[in-house]
Design a protein around this ligand. Structure first.
Ligand SMILES: NC(=O)c1ccc[n+]([C@@H]2O[C@H](COP(=O)([O-])OP(=O)(O)OC[C@H]3O[C@@H](n4cnc5c(N)ncnc54)[C@H](OP(=O)(O)O)[C@@H]3O)[C@@H](O)[C@H]2O)c1
Length: 253
């Protein structure tokens, strides 16, 4: 069984945004483990280069670290043009960069809305658009977006974040419908509670309550999510598109 149009894992060029830490870094590692060439990005160039050097040393594959602010659509277009020039193509995009700030509805300020929607929606869309333009030339590609259980179920105190992640789910389905004819698959993962910097502010009792509600009885790890992303990026998911894959230990049930 093989997907003849998809590049072999070892020949793939994968871009992971927000790859300096958390789920993005774990995903860069998971893709490097397949032998793929990885370009990981973060807002700080030194942090991105440092993360890339560590992954390259661990797996012995080409990994480069680049500065990218995903809300700067000009910089996003330039990055994908650079990667296509340097590596010939982009086979896989993991649009992982995202931010979370909690606020009750009465306390949500305009600048918080700008940050949530600017990074999580406009930034994700800019990366998807720039990657799709490159992938369309080869008529193949795999794109994975980062949705969230909060975008599916909602959460008190996270209305702006929930709206942004609900938009990512809608974007996934629309892009899958539009880009399928070019051989480009678009899927998302919807993580539950995953132990990264992003949830470091949550009180222990809240995390314990979420864990108690989780059938698998634990908080997720960045590697749990990275392995699901790697599946969606790879040839085993050759006929999978437009899906929002929960990676939440069953918390959504
Ligand atoms: N952790 C969870 O429980 C959870 C649950 C559901 C969904 N998610 C989603 O999973 C994704 C990764 O989350 P995480 O937990 O790994 O978060 P994290 O540890 O806070 O890492 C976030 C990453 O995104 C980058 N980033 C943030 N804003 C950016 C911007 N404007 N431009 C470019 N890069 C930016 C950060 O880069 P810097 O190093 O430059 O800051 C960092 O690499 C996010 O989209 C998040 O919403 C996480």
């Amino acid at each position: 069984m093989s997907d003849t149009r998809a590049a072999r894992p070892a020949d793939r060029v994968c871009v992971v945004t927000g790859g300096t830490r958390g789920i993005g870094l774990a995903t860069a590692r998971a893709l490097a483990e397949t032998g793929a060439t990885v370009v990981l990005t973060g807002r700080d160039e030194a942090a991105a280069k440092d993360a890339a050097a560590r992954v390259a040393a661990e797996y012995g594959v080409p990994v480069s670290g680049r500065a990218l602010e995903v809300t700067d659509s000009t910089a996003v277009r330039a990055l994908f043009a650079d990667v296509a020039r340097e590596h010939g193509t982009v086979d896989c995009l993991v649009a992982n960069a995202g931010v979370l700030e909690d606020a009750l509805i009465g306390m949500i300020r305009d600048d918080l809305v700008d940050r949530m929607l600017g990074t999580n929606v406009a930034g994700t869309l800019a990366c998807l658009q720039a990657a799709a333009r490159v992938m369309m030339r080869k008529r193949q590609g795999a794109i994975v977006l980062l949705a969230s259980i909060v975008g599916e179920r909602g959460n008190a105190g996270q209305a702006a974040y929930a709206a942004s992640k609900g938009a990512v789910s809608a974007l996934t389905k629309s892009a899958a419908k539009e880009l399928g004819r070019y051989g480009i698959r678009v899927n998302a993962v919807a993580p539950g509670v995953i132990r990264t910097d992003m949830i470091a502010h949550l009180p222990d009792d809240l995390v314990a309550a979420r864990t108690a509600d989780t059938p698998l009885g634990r908080v997720g790890t960045a590697d749990d999510v990275a392995r699901a992303i790697r599946f969606l990026c790879g040839p085993d998911a050759a006929f999978v598109t437009g899906q929002i894959l929960g990676v939440d230990g069953g918390l959504v049930l």
